[in-house]
Write a protein that binds this ligand. Structure first.
Ligand code: ATP
Length: 214
């Protein structure tokens, strides 16, 4: 068994998330990849669209994709959504011997040292950082310190242990899609076709989400 966790605001979920999820699952040989919706991420503004609505879009986007799970556990918890708490729950669920990997995009990685109990993440899981077009800056020094000598250069080496390692991955289909760009286009009445799954686009229009006045 190998388990992955990809957290996000998913405001809304798009093909950058979903194609990355499919490819990272394949690259790491994950049995399950939990896409965990953060209702109210601590380090950013509160989303305008409710967590329940974003979760419905996430479910619609995943559809029947093999191995991907829309995970609502952070909606069940009171207070801010901290990844370290989510990883602790996944650890409890799957046990201590199973490799568990937290997956984040390079943009999120650059802010990782500011996360709550950041150092504890490595006691619970591996960290897999995926390249994201437009984000290439050098690592801030706090990040170098946090990662230390945990970086390995292959999936095989990473998966020899259940947690504690770090791997940088460049997935085949890099996609310069962001939720911000999608929200801006929807607000301006412009097309978002092919940036996100058709089922998500349909649900957005049916419910009038992200459009002017939202
Ligand atoms: P926003 O534009 O609102 O900040 P976002 O598109 O970055 O949103 P998030 O929900 O914040 O989406 O991202 C969740 C996770 O997915 C983060 O780790 C982020 O780095 C990663 N991610 C988002 N979009 C992409 C993409 N196009 N390619 C690779 N990773 C991505």
């Amino acid at each position: 068994m190998r388990i992955g966790m990809l957290g996000g605001t998913f405001d809304p979920v798009h093909n950058g998330h979903l194609r990355s999820a499919v490819e990272v699952r394949e690259a790491l040989g994950l049995d399950r990849l939990h896409l965990v919706l953060a209702p109210k991420p601590p380090l950013r503004d509160t989303p305008q669209v409710s967590a329940t609505q974003r979760l419905a879009l996430l479910k619609a986007g995943i559809g029947d994709t093999l191995g991907l799970l829309a995970d609502d556990r952070e909606l069940q918890r009171a207070g801010p959504s901290y990844s370290v708490d989510t990883l602790a729950e996944l650890r409890q669920q799957y046990g201590n011997d199973v490799p568990l990997a937290m997956i984040i995009g390079f943009d999120a990685f650059l802010r990782l040292a500011k996360w709550d109990r950041a150092a504890q993440l490595f006691e619970l899981s591996h960290l897999v950082v995926i390249a994201r077009p437009g984000y290439y800056s050098p690592w801030p020094s706090a990040l170098k310190e946090l990662v230390g000598d945990r970086e390995v250069d292959s999936v095989d080496i990473l998966m020899q242990r259940p947690y504690g390692g770090m791997l940088m991955l460049e997935l085949p289909s890099l996609m310069a899609i962001s939720a911000t760009y999608i929200r801006e286009r929807l607000q301006a009445g412009k097309s978002v076709r092919y940036l996100l799954p058709e089922a998500v686009e349909q649900a957005i229009f049916q419910q009038g989400l992200y459009q002017s006045g939202e």
